[in-house]
Design a protein around this ligand. Structure first.
Ligand code: BES
Ligand code: MG
Ligand code: ZN
Length: 488
């Protein structure tokens, strides 16, 4: 869980600071702030000399005194022209972990040395603090709670951007929490209740479609997955109206499989526990809802999550079954483990028809194949619209949430042509991530759309250092919030 942090900016000189821990930094081969000499005497120079500290990135020196500042940590920022806001985000994560080791309740940060008057730097810094501090302890009976309550920025710092970074960090951590909860706790109903809670915020409206209504509404594809489970599936739709009345909403859609056993096409047991993370696309949507609720961007948005378990119950779909999706297309289910696309088929076509969105982006832990292609370093990106693809790539660069485009040429659609129905839910030969994308493309009409396959990035990455040591990453919350800002 994310712990509450209070941020404060104090524009006073360093000599006036009174704290048990002061954190500063210096670029490689540059001189540390002169005022440290008045705090620590010449010991700072000898410490730098003794540790041969030159300001390399990843290096630090620490000094103690019995003056007004009891301890100072000076971090190296490396070479000035190679430094960027993502390195700062990473550094902030390392810094907060060290602060936690010191068990202090408040800390002072030398804002000027970190360049925190710049809005990108300020946002990245507080994101890094929150992301680095994250631990999922909800089920540990002995909790090693954080002591840190307050971060005081000394000097010039952009408080608005610092606070925005805090909100985004909290939103990513919220998405991580949802991902990390086990499937016996985090059910589709749990997610629906979370959405209800968020929807109490200004400009929010909620609609939840229960599994009982799926067939009647024509959500035959989603239903084919939901029917095998006793736990009731939920189609969660949240509208946010922060933009002009009548402006088409931007659609954000998530795969919310709270557990994926594979269904009748049962998965092998090794690492099946990780399939609790199969709702991480939905968690991304929830993280974005949280950020939007707090920051109220000027844009209309429709959030949608298809939440279900994929279980091999006696009423489960069988390989060979043929179902009809919301847009009328018939689908042959050849593998019940390719369930995410079946859920998204209906979520995408329903949102597209009912809300006429200006564009849609979906997030899904859709294929193991994306791990073969990109490992856990980048999210697979596909879409039907170059402009939208380029916008997402730009936000990917801005946030260092790496995306890599895979082609969706029409040829790939041949691989999902059905023998007995319009299409089938698996491909014929290779390119598993792309054929899944080609399948989704059948359900978005002419609406600009992108698909992010986050199966490799939703959990597992350990770098950069602001990623958690274990569990869900909250991938694409920062990425898509950047896009929302650019659109609003
Ligand atoms: N949730 C899985 C994808 C997945 C697998 C994510 C491993 C992360 C790690 C998805 O529902 C799935 O099972 N996909 C199948 C598709 C196949 C049957 C065409 C897969 O990737 O094996
Ligand atoms: Mg599956
Ligand atoms: Zn799945």
């Amino acid at each position: 869980m994310s712990q509450k942090l209070l941020l404060e900016v104090k524009n006073i000189s360093i000599d006036k600071v009174n704290t048990s821990l002061f954190v500063s930094s210096v670029f490689k081969n540059e001189k540390v702030n002169k005022s440290f000499h008045s705090l620590f005497g010449k010991t700072i120079d000898s410490a730098i000399k003794t540790d041969s500290f030159k300001g390399d990135l990843g290096k630090k020196i620490e000094l103690y005194s019995d003056g007004k500042v009891s301890k100072i940590s000076v971090y190296g920022l490396g070479v000035k022209n190679k430094f960027d806001s993502d390195k700062l985000r990473s550094l902030a994560a390392n810094i907060v972990r060290n602060i936690e080791i010191n068990k202090v309740s408040s800390v002072c940060i030398d804002s000027n040395s970190f360049g925190l008057d710049d809005s990108d730097n300020a946002q990245a810094f507080s994101e890094g603090l929150l992301l680095g501090q994250y631990k999922f302890l909800d089920y540990k009976s002995k909790q090693d709670k954080s002591n840190l309550k307050k971060v005081i920025f000394i000097g010039n710092a952009n408080l608005n951007s610092l606070n925005k970074g805090l909100v985004i960090g909290e939103s990513v951590n919220y998405a991580r929490d949802l991902g990390n909860h086990p499937a016996n706790i985090l059910t589709p109903t749990y997610l629906a209740n979370e959405a209800k809670e968020i929807s109490k915020t200004k400009n929010f409206k909620i609609k939840i479609i229960d599994v009982k209504e799926f067939q009647k509404l024509g959500l035959g594809s989603f239903y084919s997955v939901a029917r095998g489970a006793k736990e009731p599936a939920k189609f969660i739709i949240v509208e946010y109206s922060g933009g002009k009345k009548g402006d088409k909403p931007f659609g954000l859609i998530g795969k919310g499989l709270t557990f994926d056993t594979g269904g009748i096409s049962l998965k092998p047991p090794a690492r099946m526990d990780e399939m609790k993370f199969d709702m991480c696309g939905g968690a991304t949507v929830f993280g974005l809802m949280k950020a939007v609720a707090a920051l109220q961007p000027k844009l209309n948005i429709v959030f949608a999550v298809g939440a279900s378990e994929n279980m091999p119950g006696s009423d489960a779909s069988r390989p060979g079954d043929i179902v009809k999706a919301y847009n009328g297309k018939t689908i042959e289910i050849l593998n019940t483990d390719a369930e995410g696309r079946l859920v998204l088929a209906d979520v995408l076509s329903y949102i597209n028809e009912k809300y006429k969105p200006s564009a849609m982006v979906d997030f899904a832990t859709l294929t193991g194949a994306v791990l073969v292609a990109l490992g856990n370093r980048a999210t697979g990106l596909m879409g039907n619209n170059e402009d939208l693809i380029n916008q997402i790539k730009e936000s990917g660069t801005a946030t260092n949430e790496k995306v890599w485009q895979l082609p969706l040429w029409p040829e790939y659609s041949k691989d999902i042509k059905g023998k007995y129905a319009d299409i089938q839910n698996i491909g014929k030969a290779g390119a598993g991530t792309i054929t899944a994308g080609a399948f989704l493309k059948e359900f978005v009409g002419d609406t600009p759309w992108c698909h992010l396959d986050i199966a490799g990035t939703a959990w597992g990455p350990k770098e950069p250092s602001y990623q958690p040591k274990v569990g869900a990453t909250g991938v694409a919350v920062r990425l898509i919030y950047d896009l929302i800002e650019k659109k609003s």
